[in-house]
Design a protein around this ligand. Structure first.
Ligand code: AMP
Ligand code: MG
Length: 487
């Protein structure tokens, strides 16, 4: 382990990062101070200079070696205090009292140009007190997947954690095969999850629970600090962000795959890109996770599951509200009715815009559902069918006639409706078979497709004939049916 910016040649690393460590300052009940240990001979694959600049990190004069050292945890910068966060979680509905960062280590927080603080975390950085039987490592595949998909999510306009750097560690990681080890530097507006609250609630540690909620309010909703009912208002704000997020996922045919409470941030950012995928052929019941046998996290179940996860958060907050269980129930029950309606409206709004409808009403549910049924029955590609909708408005088929009729009824012109559709129906999404292909190539040290995809997804709504091949659905032998956790 090299300390304080020294690198092999014993010269100083010119790069500095002004870390703060407000989360690790919360104390040892919140996690473990631990240094990264998995990087033996790190090499940089890709660094996100644009994101670095947003985060106020001057990477322009840093060499690839320096970046590889810092963003693998081999070099620990002066102000960084590495920390593995404690959390619990409901995994597929079953409560696990202690999960925590078993292979991720927080380096600290940085203040970005929008004056907000962001976590920098190394994923795949080595064992921690939370590793249980895991090796604390990540193979290269999940690093490649998360880099591509999280950056695409961001470019698609969906709140998401982001990718600052991808490196190889120089270690071999053993899964079913021997694979190259990798580390992703993940950037998040925080890594606090529903499971973080569950960790303290389960231990009946009201003191630390309050510290956590106050910290979360200060970081994510400072406007609520002086509210009389700040804890309840905090819940309401978190819930709305989460439900809006899921509505956006559904509008893109995205299936998260493991919506456990430990993978549910309170910032409303998409996190953890394990068995996730954007659907090719549309199916309401589509599941990608190899272990989701009951369809708990299927495409159409995501709204209900988000509400279920929020009910876990609500239970954690009850002790802080100073209410009895019965009183709490009375308070939360109508709120959950409101949230259920909120999600339906958010979903309708997202889907209606995809069909060119500016102001949707409950009457539009029927048309949206009929269009989705049409896609499902005809085994049509979700992304391309929406993108091509403007071209099909004169088709003789009933469903297209219905859409056209609805668009004629609104005040906006056809041109305006088509611009709306083009602004929300992506031309290009990271299709699963391409992500898998880029992983296979990366394992053989060919990063060309990975880098090409990262570039291509920077402008996902813009038609670009150079990327036409990336817009095509998989051929039958290219279809990926399942993706896996266990990174
Ligand atoms: P995930 O399913 O990726 O959200 O991870 C669930 C839990 O398993 C978290 O506590 C992770 O830190 C832990 N975990 C996953 N993979 C590993 C690993 N290779 N080594 C140690 N812990 C791991
Ligand atoms: Mg996770």
């Amino acid at each position: 382990m090299l300390k304080c910016g020294k690198i092999n040649s014993k010269r100083w690393v010119p790069m500095k990062i002004e870390f703060s460590n407000t989360y690790s300052d919360l104390g040892s009940n919140f996690g473990q101070s631990i240094e990264p240990s998995s990087a033996v001979d790190p090499e940089l694959i890709l660094f996100n200079h644009d994101l670095a600049s947003f985060l106020g990190i001057d990477s322009s004069s840093a060499s690839e070696n320096e970046l590889a050292g810092i963003f693998s945890g081999k070099t620990i910068l002066e102000k960084s205090r590495p920390f593995a966060m404690a959390y619990a979680g409901h995994q597929f509905g079953h409560f696990v009292p202690q999960l925590g960062d078993g292979r991720a280590i927080l380096l600290g927080e940085v203040e970005a140009s929008n004056r907000k603080y962001y976590d920098l975390q190394l994923k795949g950085a080595g064992q921690t007190a939370f590793s249980r039987r895991g090796d604390g490592r990540s193979s290269l595949g999940p690093v490649i997947r998360e880099y591509i998909v999280s950056e695409a999510m961001h470019a698609l306009g969906v709140p998401s954690t982001r990718a600052l750097a991808a490196v190889t560690t120089g270690e071999t990681v053993y899964r079913e095969d021997a694979l190259p080890g990798g580390i992703l530097t993940r950037v998040a507006s925080s890594h606090i999850r529903v499971g973080t609250f569950e960790y303290f609630a389960y231990r009946k540690d009201e003191e630390e629970l309050k510290v956590l909620v106050d910290y979360a309010i200060k970081r994510h909703h400072p406007d609520l600090s002086n509210e009389d009912e700040k804890y309840f208002e905090f819940f309401k704000a978190v819930a709305r962000r989460k439900l809006k997020l899921v509505a956006k996922w559904m509008g893109l045919g995205f299936i998260h795959g493991v919506m456990n409470t430990d993978n549910t941030t309170i910032s409303g950012e998409t996190i953890d890109f394990g068995p996730c995928a954007f659907m090719d052929i549309f199916s309401h019941d589509k599941v990608f996770s190899s272990i989701d046998h009951q369809g708990r996290y299927s495409y159409h179940n995501q709204g209900s599951i988000a509400l279920w996860n929020l009910s876990c958060l609500a239970s954690c907050l009850v002790p802080l509200l100073g209410l009895s269980q019965t009183e709490a129930q009375k308070k939360f029950e109508p709120e959950f009715e409101t949230l259920t309606a909120f999600f339906k409206d958010a979903w309708r709004d997202v889907m209606a815009k995809k069909m060119g409808i500016f102001t949707a009403t409950s009457k539009d549910n029927k048309l949206i559902n009929e269009f989705l049924k049409y896609l499902e029955e005809n085994k049509m590609d979700f992304t391309n069918s929406f993108r091509e909708l403007p071209k099909r408005l004169n088709d003789s088929e009933g469903i297209y006639k219905q859409v056209k009729k609805r668009l004629e009824e609104q005040a906006e012109t056809f041109e305006e409706a088509i611009s709306l559709m083009d602004s929300v129906n992506p031309y290009i999404i990271p299709r699963n078979h391409l992500v898998e292909r880029s992983i296979d190539l990366s394992i053989k040290e060919d990063y060309s497709l990975f880098k090409r995809m990262v570039e291509a997804f920077k402008e996902p709504y813009k038609e670009n004939q150079n990327h036409l091949d990336l817009t095509l659905p998989p051929k039958p032998d290219e279809i990926v049916y399942q993706t896996f956790c266990g990174t």
